[in-house]
Design a protein around this ligand. Structure first.
Ligand code: CO8
Length: 259
């Protein structure tokens, strides 16, 4: 399928989804969401074990929602636009394989929200993060108020959202918004290195770990602990569990098939 606003690369079992809207520093418009939704809907989680999300070019990951598209929205249109973006980001967050954001520049507003919907965030030294929405008369609308507070704590999230301040990569690392900062030239190599470290593991176990961690976030501790036991038990019905443990005992590398 051809996409207007995405560049897709597929390497063996790792896929790369690059947001590409060069005239607006990869800002998120209706077309970007349509392309993302289509790609994620048809994404083959049996074939690919990791998805990497990045932005086209060296300057910007995603510079937010497209301000020219939002400028004249009515209240109901604003709600619909926010809900559309939030639904696509939720689809990414709940995709059955891990998603790595390789943040290669500006990650502002909807760009920061896109990165936060990914499982793991790494960034280049020139990356900048922020939720500048209140300076435009709106609030984060693609679940930024939800995910930023969960990632960095309410106090820091409130400070960032109320001030709209843009922070550099080292500050994003300090507050836990990103896991690693690397030189720009190394960013995609590092993303692939991480993706490969994930891809060698049992795909059903990785998927189960992702869904379990996501699900348990909102559960009371006792329920979460019970939930983990049930999903842990289910792993013993997979061929990959048999293969993983057999390979260990036979002192060889496992050959996981995702069954
Ligand atoms: N939307 C539309 N166009 C944009 C955007 C954007 N978010 N960001 C950049 N552009 C355009 C610029 O207008 C410019 O276009 P042109 O060449 O036609 O003038 C081009 O991209 C290049 O940008 P600049 O010349 O401004 O480049 P600089 O290097 O000088 O500055 C910045 C880069 C700092 C990233 C600057 O462009 C900027 O501040 N951009 C806006 C960042 C921002 O405020 N993002 C948040 C938007 S709000 C949001 O994301 C809300 C999400 C929730 C929505 C809920 C729905 C209701």
């Amino acid at each position: 399928m051809e996409y207007t606003y995405l560049k897709i690369e597929e390497h063996d079992n790792i896929a790369v989804m690059k947001v590409s809207a060069p005239k607006t520093l990869n800002a998120l418009n209706t077309g970007v969401f349509k392309d993302m939704d289509n790609y994620l809907t048809k994404f083959d989680c049996n074939k690919f074990r990791v998805l990497i999300v990045t932005g086209d070019g060296e300057k910007s990951f995603v510079a937010g929602a497209d301000i020219s598209e939002m400028a004249n929205l009515s209240m109901l249109e604003g709600q619909a636009f926010g809900a559309r973006g939030a639904a696509v980001f939720r689809k990414l967050e709940t995709l059955h394989v891990p998603v790595i954001a390789a943040v290669n520049g500006f990650a502002l507003g909807g760009g920061c929200e896109l990165a936060m919907a990914c499982d793991i965030r790494i960034c280049s030294e020139n990356a900048k993060f922020g939720q500048p929405e209140v300076g435009l008369g709106i609030i984060p609308g693609f679940s930024g108020t939800v995910r930023l507070a969960r990632l960095v704590g309410q106090g820091m999230a409130k400070q960032l959202i109320y001030t709209g301040k843009v922070i550099k990569a080292d500050e994003a690392l300090r507050i836990g918004l990103v896991n690693e900062v690397v030189p720009q030239a190394e960013l995609m190599n590092r993303a692939f290195e991480l993706a490969n470290q994930i891809a060698v593991n049992a795909p059903l176990a990785v998927k189960a770990a992702k869904l379990t961690i996501n699900e348990e976030y909102d559960m009371p501790a006792d329920e979460a602990i019970r939930n983990e036991s049930v999903i842990f038990g289910r792993c013993f019905s997979t061929e990959d569990q048999k293969e993983g443990m057999k390979a260990f005992l036979e002192k060889r590398k496992p050959n996981f098939t995702g069954k």
